[in-house]
Design a protein around this ligand. Sequence first.
Ligand SMILES: Cc1cc2nc3c(=O)[nH]c(=O)nc-3n(C[C@H](O)[C@H](O)[C@H](O)COP(=O)(O)OP(=O)(O)OC[C@H]3O[C@@H](n4cnc5c(N)ncnc54)[C@H](O)[C@@H]3O)c2cc1C
Length: 414
Amino acid sequence: MPKTVHIVGAGMAGLSAAVSLAAHGVATVIHEATEQAGGRCRSYDDAASGMRIDNGTHILLSGNTMALGFLDRIGATALVTGAATARFPFVDLATKQRWGLDLGAGRLPFWVFDRRRRAPGTRVLDYLSLARVMAPTKDRPLDRVISCGGPAYEQVVRPFLLAALNTEPGESSSALARAVLRDTIALGGIACRPYLAPRGLSAAFVEPALAYLSDRGGNIRFGNQLHRFVVNAGVVTGLDFGDKTISVGPDDAVVLAVPPYVASSIIPQLQVPDEFRAIVNAHFRIVPPPGLEPMTGVLNGTAEWIFAFEDRISVTVSGADRLLRHSRDEIAGMIWRDVQGVAKVPDELPPWQIVRERRATFAATPSQNAKRPGGRTAWRNLALAGDWTDTGLPATIESAVRSGNRAADLLMQI
Ligand SMILES: Cc1cc2nc3c(=O)[nH]c(=O)nc-3n(C[C@H](O)[C@H](O)[C@H](O)COP(=O)(O)OP(=O)(O)OC[C@H]3O[C@@H](n4cnc5c(N)ncnc54)[C@H](O)[C@@H]3O)c2cc1C
């Protein structure tokens, strides 16, 4: 067991590694380049809209056992709210049809056999093609495994996989799609209940983790941007932050939990995913009208998921690279028109903010999936973590937490 572990990067991967180590009595020091923890999963006070907002609304599903386990460990379970059942209301802006996909709350996907619980115009047979995704085969683009078209695909499979993979499902890795389905839909509604963080991502995922670490003597140093490692005889012996170098003792270890493009600049020989997909989020400062569900799926619009919070309506668009050529005003207008198609809201735009995360996740394609390294490195006391490492999952909180826990386990064995 190492004496002290230095964790570089305070995103969900770094925080979960630190929490896991601290739970086993290991001393932790986190070095974070910015002035805030949370990485791609954070809240901030936005001056333009006058709201505290999240960089993007994050949802967990009840099948995300590692992420929920992390919340449990840091005492933050009450800071996320889970729906009682896995029912997803949808609005099709092209046909004006409204319907609900009702996966229920049980262990078996009985909903497939009930016309009222599945998407309109779909048959049981349409869903059975999903079984083909579940058969383990060589990783291929999904459209070579199933036909990516038809009502069940357009109304159920595509929205669900696009949100999970942040990549157009047809070009996505069949292995990652299988992992998502295996851990959620295939287990029935019990694994698909959505969880949201109504008081914000930082309040739920970050602040309780920092408090947990601090209670156990952990340290976090902001403004510490790692430039390179000092290495001697196959072991990391120092962390070079440019203006200072911190030595890593013979009984100490390091977790590198930074994004892939930073990891490969620090370790040039490391192969990492290098293609990304954007996520765009819109936040509108307005009290949602009565009846607007906490989460609504939107088909045939720019908006994909509309979320109703106490003081705002937030909208998520995944695989959103096509939107990046539009100005923020244009994006806000396009998305607000979709919100108007779903809920009774005024014509006039309320105060808003558009958050464009250009490198929100690595592209979940087979070729990018093949570039993901595991947690071990050539240096005995260094482990990698991050949603982009080879966790078998797409880039999600679940993947980040799994990678952090794995890095902690690897280092506790040295
Ligand atoms: C808009 C958006 C919406 C999303 N929605 C969902 C969702 O609904 N559900 C879901 O499960 N996932 C979602 N995700 C994905 C999820 O946010 C990520 O998978 C997860 O946060 C990744 O955590 P990480 O620790 O691997 O990486 P990061 O969060 O990128 O953390 C890396 C950290 O390293 C720091 N760092 C970088 N360079 C250095 C350096 N040289 N030295 C020190 N520190 C450094 C960074 O500042 C950062 O804090 C979403 C992501 C985005 C962007």
